[in-house]
Design a protein around this ligand. Structure first.
Ligand code: F6R
Length: 606
């Protein structure tokens, strides 16, 4: 969703701002803009891609202080007028904002009554006018006063014409990171924008502000209490945010999976003890083992990972495990107590609904853990303990490598907890060894990419598709369907294979391609029966299977073979052909793979 960047120093600000906005493109946006301050404030904005903005910029931009924004529309359609930065009525304040100002309607009415003229339909514009109204020669004080008037979520950055070289930033709900340099300082909503510029960052917490000048940054709470900043080091991962030889980030990330999967278990497999080491759980393990119930909560793809986790944890721990959409969990007064462990799963670590669900679970006394990718993200900080998936920055909007790494970490968690409870050494060791061998098997699946590309062409002309699986393959079917619809805009549904005959079978004819996930496990024969039901109704079928026997070859239009593995690892292997299918179908349909329409990488609004 919306992105924020800012720079103040001795160099020209616009190159950093434009590069930073480009790096934040992956978050999803529909307009962009920058404001530069020097003797006055200059604003440039454009609807659509960053390149539209670039084309509108004058050749010579000498200002050494500025802020930039990519907007994902919430209040008001995507347009230049609604794009940020917004300006105050007197033109002296420029402001960018991520989040939602919940009481903006009443503030807007009050401002209009006072004679302010609104130029946009956004909730953000009121903040710029309010800062003008409260400004008495001190931008920091004016921002503080205005934040006392608003409710909602925000990450803001503000400049005032009378205070050149200064940016005032504040955070409540939406992420903001301050990058510290020498004689120059930075601001961003996402560390991706800072990589290669500085490694020293301060992550603002809710209710905190920063006054950023070229030689100094002062931190305080919104209530004006001075703060000592906690500086953390940003690992430089610039090469991981470049596409390299790949045409799209999504394809690059799919092909990275042998490495990202092994990064997820690196240093965590204890072969000699047949278990896993998860240091982030050391402080909470005793309490976790006392819990009599686990709730996994997440959104989207991470929710599908949670469903796989539910099967694994329940099977091996023999305690009730439930999976909840974070957005539903927080609003329905769930039954949670101090004997419940709530585990939030999130790639970005920023998803507003997941964060709110964690807060609700904490309020009710639960042990709250996080499985996330982004180190130091809001979700990581909200957890009592947790495990990073170490998949590296995921730039393609459609989640791929983060999903498989989430499954690896859920497997590690299952092994660790089950070994404390009832799993024997040899079973634990077998799983540990299987995990170690997984990257090579993933490599084997990827070697079939050309063939998968050919098979995918069969789906490209269709408007609908059905994905079927049983047991652990059911969440994989859901994930396959989500991937296809997100990036190729084909309507796709995932179903438990046996449920098909309770309704969806009515849809099956020669125009309904059906993708069946049929690894060789206890459900195999049953899934083959479901395949026959599809075949009998002329449905076109693509089957992901571990064995391509003659029976299957006769029944299926196409078979994609994956290597044999332990059943709990087969979701990882079977999801890779599905990722490739979505990718190739989207490319064949001419879709914008890395930035599909209307989608955002980090969903920071509820
Ligand atoms: C789908 C996708 C989304 C996210 C969801 C949760 O490809 O990426 O469905 O999985 O928005 O995001 P995180 O995992 O960042 O909490």
């Amino acid at each position: 969703m919306c992105g924020i960047v800012g720079y103040t120093g001795k160099a020209k600000a616009s190159p950093f701002l434009m590069e930073g906005l480009k790096r934040l493109e992956y978050r999803g946006y529909d307009s962009a803009g920058i404001a530069l301050s020097d003797k006055g404030i200059e604003i440039h904005r454009a609807k659509g891609k960053i390149d539209n903005l670039r084309q509108k910029l004058p050749r010579e931009l000498k200002q050494t202080c500025g802020i930039g924004h990519t907007r994902w529309a919430t209040h008001g359609k995507p347009s230049e007028a609604n794009a940020h930065p917004h300006r105050s009525q007197d033109g002296k304040v420029a402001l960018i904002h991520n989040g939602i100002i919940e009481n903006y309607a009443s503030l807007r009415t009050e401002l209009i009554e006072l004679g302010f003229e609104m130029k946009s339909e956004t909730d953000t514009e009121v903040l710029a006018h309010l800062i003008q109204k409260c400004y008495k020669g001190d931008l920091e004080a004016a921002v503080r006063e205005v934040l006392g008037l608003v409710t909602g979520a925000y990450g803001i950055a503000v400049m005032h014409e009378n205070e050149p070289g200064r940016i005032v930033a504040a955070k409540m709900g939406s992420p903001l990171i301050i990058g510290l340099g020498t004689g120059e300082n930075y601001l961003a909503s996402d560390r991706t924008a800072l990589m290669g510029h500085t490694q020293n960052v301060v992550i603002l917490e809710d209710g905190e502000m920063a006054v950023i000048d070229p030689d100094e940054v002062r931190f305080s709470t919104i209530e004006a209490e001075a703060l000592d900043p906690q500086v953390t080091e940003l690992k430089d991962e610039v090469e991981r945010i470049e596409k390299g030889e790949f045409p799209h980030f999504m394809l690059k990330e799919i092909f990275e999976q042998p490495r990202t999967i092994s990064d997820s278990f690196a240093g965590r497999l204890l072969s000699e003890e047949g278990t896993a080491h998860l240091g982030g759980l050391d402080n909470v393990i005793d309490r976790l083992m006392e819990c009599d119930r686990i709730i996994l909560t997440a959104c989207g793809t991470s929710w599908h990972a949670a469903l796989v986790g539910e099967y694994m944890l329940e099977e091996y721990l023999r305690i009730p495990v439930e999976v909840e959409y974070a957005s539903e969990f927080r609003y329905r007064n769930p039954v949670v107590d101090e004997n419940t462990a709530v585990i939030a799963i999130s790639q970005s670590g920023e998803t507003a609904d997941t964060l709110a669900a964690m807060k609700e679970a904490k309020r009710k006394g639960a042990l709250v853990l996080g499985i996330c990718n982004r180190v130091g993200s809001a979700i990581a900080r909200e957890s009592h303990g947790g495990v990073y998936i170490h998949a590296g920055p995921e730039i393609g909007v459609a989640s791929t490598k983060a999903f498989t790494s989430q499954l690896v970490v859920l497997t590690l968690l299952t092994i660790k907890l089950a070994r404390i409870r009832s799993m024997g050494f040899s079973e634990g060791k077998n799983l540990v060894d299987e995990l170690r061998g997984l990257p090579d098997k993933v490599e084997q699946v990827l070697k079939g990419a050309k063939e998968i590309e050919r098979i995918s062409q069969m789906l490209a002309p269709h408007h609908n598709a059905l994905y079927l699986g049983r047991g652990l393959a059911f969440p994989v079917a859901l994930e396959g369907a989500l991937k296809l619809k997100e990036i190729s805009y084909i309507h796709a549904e995932g179903y438990p294979a046996a449920e098909m005959k309770h309704g969806p079978i009515a849809l099956i004819d020669e125009n309904m391609p059906v993708i069946v996930i049929a690894p060789s496990d206890d459900n195999y024969e049953k899934v083959i029966s479901n395949l026959q039901e599809v075949r009998a109704r002329s449905g076109k079928t693509i089957v992901i299977a571990t064995q391509a026997d003659t029976k299957l070859q006769e029944l299926a239009d196409e078979v994609i073979q994956i290597p044999h593995s332990h059943p709990i690892l087969s979701p990882i292997l079977s999801s890779i052909p599905l990722q490739l299918i979505s990718y190739y179908v989207a490319v064949a349909r001419g879709c914008d793979v890395d930035q599909p329409r209307n989608l955002a990488k980090s969903v920071t609004v509820e």
